[in-house]
Design a protein around this ligand. Sequence first.
Ligand code: HEC
Length: 182
Amino acid sequence: MKMKKHQTILILVLIAVGIKPLIAEQAKGPGLGKAIAPEEIAQWDISVFPNGEGLPEGKGTVAEGKKIYQQQCLSCHGENGLGATGDQLAGAQMALTSDYPEQTIGSYWPYATTVFDVVRRSMPMTVPGSLTNNEVYAVTAYLLFLNNLISKDDEMNATTLPKVKMPNENGFINIYETDEKN
Ligand code: HEC
């Protein structure tokens, strides 16, 4: 059955009238939650960038990191970072180009600073955010040491960590640079 023109117009008008208050309501928001305090935002605003921007004050050594690792990481990541229920973090034998590539910090990660960021925001998996900045620097140092990227006497801090040279740094394509060149 065909609808007459004026019926169609009437329906469109009714829809428009019905929708308008809904749009106004959405603009106000659903009225859930509460305003967030600057201190609360600061707890989440912890991104560390590849060049080290965002790294906090603090420091940690390989030896300190080894102790923390054994108490808080070993159960999931295994002896010497070789992996258990959690990811293998060191000791890659298979190259990235092999049939079974092992993506560890040493074989895969392009930036050392990302180790700090990932550990601080997400590890230990059961209690993320529980480590102090010094502890995160220390365990980061230990993980870099296990990957033969720093020596056992090195200390990691906001100056030394961004300088650690990662073997696979050039294995990634910066899509933003590529865009500029095109
Ligand atoms: C309860 C188990 C558990 C504990 C304890 C734990 N992790 Fe993890 N961790 C995991 C799992 C599972 C993953 C993989 C999670 C994922 O990819 O999202 C992971 C991922 C990681 C990664 C990223 C690996 C990658 O290649 O993406 C790092 C680095 C890491 N853990 C470091 C640590 C450190 C350092 C500690 C101790 C302070 C720790 N973890 C404690 C389970 C654990």
